[in-house]
Write a protein that binds this ligand. Structure first.
Ligand code: PAF
Length: 283
C-alpha cells in the first residue's frame, strides 16, 4: 500500500492506473478509522481494481466552536486498517496541500442541505461539498463510497456530483453498528460511560418510529413524537436536536407520510453529537 501526501503524485498514479484500464474506488474519510470505514473499503475493493482511502480532517466543514482541534487522529493506525482491508493507496494531505491559499470557491448545494443538519450546522454541508468536489477532481473518474449513517451528506454529495456533471458514481453503503445498536462513528469516543449506555436508544427510537409507520401511522408529527418519547426515557442526558419523519427524496415534511420515508435523529450529549437514520415504506 502506498501513501501519498501530494495531489500531483496521487493524480499521476491514478491517471496511470486508469490508462491501464483499471477501475478506481474512493473512500473519503476524516481518519480515526473504525469497522464502518473497513466496510466501505471492502465494498470499494470488491468492485474496483484500485482503492484509494483519503484521510483528511477538513477544516471547512467545522464551524467556529466545533471540535476541529480535538478531532481524533491516528494516521499510523489508520494506515494499518487500510492495509488490512485491502486498500491500495492512502491519500493523507496536509491542510496546506488541500487549501494552498484562502478558499474563495465554495460549493453549496441549496435545497437538500437546508433541513435537519442544515438547521443545526448551517455551514457544514458547504464544507463537505467543497472538499468532496476537490477530492473528486483530484481522484478523477471513480466510484466513491459513503456510509448511510450520514444520509443527508450522501444526498448532498450525490446532488453536487450530478449538478456539476462530475464523473463519479456515489455509492451508499449500510451503516455499521456496535453489538448494542449504536451506529459506529469516530466521534463515539467523546461519549462518557453513562452516555455510551444511552447511545443505543437512537436505534431503538428509529425502530419504534418504523413500527408506528408499519402499523399504519401516517402523521409525521405522531411518528416524531414516538421517537422523542423513547429518547426522553432511554437517553435522558441527550438533547434531541431533531427527530424527523420525512420523504426520503426531499427530506422536508409535506403532509401525510407516503412512499419512501426516512426517519432521522440527532441527539447532543455533553460533547458527542449522535446522528442516525433508517428507512421505511409508507404504502
Ligand atoms: O463523512 C466524512 O467523514 C466527511 O464528511 C467526508 C465525506 C470525508 C468529507 O470530509
Amino acid at each position: 500500500m502506498k501513501t501519498f501526501d501530494t495531489i500531483a503524485e496521487l493524480r499521476e498514479q491514478l491517471d496511470a492506473d486508469r490508462s491501464a484500464g483499471l477501475a478506481v474506488g474512493l473512500v473519503p474519510t476524516m481518519g480515526y478509522l473504525h469497522d464502518g470505514h473497513s466496510s466501505l473499503i471492502d465494498a470499494a475493493v470488491a468492485a474496483n481494481d484500485r482503492t484509494v482511502v483519503s484521510i483528511f480532517v477538513n477544516p471547512l466543514q467545522f464551524a467556529e466552536g466545533e471540535d476541529l482541534d480535538d478531532y481524533p487522529r491516528d494516521l499510523d493506525a489508520d494506515r494499518g486498517l487500510c492495509g488490512a482491508a485491502g486498500a491500495d493507496y492512502v491519500f493523507a494531505p496536509a491542510v496546506e496541500e488541500m487549501y494552498r491559499r484562502a478558499v474563495h470557491t465554495v460549493v453549496t448545494v441549496p435545497g437538500v442541505s437546508a433541513p435537519l443538519e442544515g438547521v443545526h450546522r448551517p455551514t457544514h454541508f458547504a464544507g463537505v461539498a467543497t472538499v468532496c468536489t476537490k477530492l473528486f477532481a483530484i481522484v478523477g473518474p471513480c466510484r466513491a463510497y459513503f456510509g448511510a449513517k450520514d444520509w443527508q451528506q450522501i444526498a448532498v454529495v450525490t446532488r453536487m456530483a450530478s449538478d456539476l456533471s462530475i464523473p463519479v458514481e456515489v455509492v451508499p453503503c449500510p451503516t455499521m453498528r456496535e453489538a448494542d445498536g449504536l451506529a459506529m462513528s469516530s466521534r463515539n469516543v467523546y461519549l462518557t460511560p453513562a452516555e455510551r449506555t444511552q447511545g443505543p436508544a437512537l436505534r431503538r427510537a428509529l425502530a419504534a418510529g418504523i413500527a408506528a409507520v408499519e402499523a399504519g401511522e401516517r402523521d409525521p408529527a405522531t411518528v416524531e413524537q414516538v421517537m422523542r418519547s423513547l429518547l426522553a426515557a432511554d437517553a435522558p442526558d441527550g438533547a434531541v436536536e431533531y427527530a424527523a419523519a420525512v420523504p426520503a427524496d426531499t427530506l422536508v415534511a409535506s403532509g401525510p407520510l407516503t412512499g419512501d420515508v426516512r426517519l432521522l435523529l440527532a441527539v447532543k450529549f455533553s460533547k458527542a453529537r449522535l446522528i442516525d437514520n433508517d428507512g421505511v415504506r409508507a404504502g
